[in-house]
Design a binder for this molecule. Structure first.
Ligand code: ZN
Length: 58
């Protein structure tokens, strides 16, 4: 009944930023693409790991 989706997305973004240290869960390397992938895909992985897994081809 009430559109809560927007609020949820904002909350998630804030949580992501707080939890964000930019370190890939797969290879443990620090990479700025980790934060982008976390927001885009929900997976805390770097670009190269994402490509190698090919879970979310964009
Ligand atoms: Zn990685």
């Amino acid at each position: 009944m009430i559109m809560t989706k927007d609020y949820k997305e904002i909350d998630l973004d804030e949580t992501n930023v707080k939890d964000l240290n930019g370190i890939c869960d797969e290879c443990k390397k620090l990479d700025e693409s980790v934060s982008q992938n976390l927001i885009l895909t929900g997976f805390k992985i770097c670009y190269s790991c994402r490509v190698s897994k090919t879970i979310f081809p964009i």
